[in-house]
Design a protein around this ligand. Structure first.
Ligand SMILES: [Zn+2]
Length: 169
């Protein structure tokens, strides 16, 4: 099932999501639907709050279907190590049509649970490191625009307000 993506302005995006405690069929279905919704929206990462579900689940595929091994499910993820620096353009399915330069760590290790509840650690670099940080931010109610200057953030928010007024957001 393809969910529509919740956009900036919806409070679900700005509150911390709830931990997953039941690793059941419902969770499997949610994760499958999240991959489907992410691909339909042409994204490389998606967090559950972005489909209106305030739970600590994110999916990532920085290869966008190219490599099945790149499909990652992050349940209750935590960033446990960050190293280096990268600066690059970042966007978000919940803030469509906007992109900004964001400085992030270059190498990031995430600790998360898989669909069976088993803990694992995964280290990613470059785009994958960025995705780990971006998606775990979502689960903490934080958006990438919190990492840009207040001036740029206000500009984006003003533009979105205008779009919303015109019924285009
Ligand atoms: Zn996002």
């Amino acid at each position: 099932m393809i969910y529509s993506i919740v956009k900036l302005g919806d409070p679900v995006l700005e509150k911390p999501a709830q931990p997953i405690t039941d690793f059941d069929d419902e969770l499997k279905k949610l994760v499958a639907d999240m991959f489907e919704s992410m691909y339909a929206a042409h994204g490389v990462g998606l967090a559950a709050p972005q489909i209106g579900i305030s739970k600590r689940v994110a999916v990532v595929d920085v290869t966008f279907k190219d490599d099945p091994r790149a499909k990652l499910v992050l349940i209750n993820p935590e960033i446990i190590h960050k190293e280096g620096r990268q600066r690059g353009s970042e966007g978000c399915l919940s803030i469509p049509e906007f992109r900004e330069e964001v400085t992030r760590a270059k190498s990031v290790t995430v600790r998360a649970q898989d669909l069976t509840g088993k803990l694992f650690e995964h280290t990613g670099e470059d785009l994958l490191a960025r995705a780990f940080l971006h998606e775990t931010d979502h689960l903490n109610g934080k958006l990438y625009i919190s990492h840009i200057s207040a001036l740029k953030r206000d500009l984006i928010k003003r533009k979105i307000k205008k779009l919303a007024k015109a019924g285009e957001w």
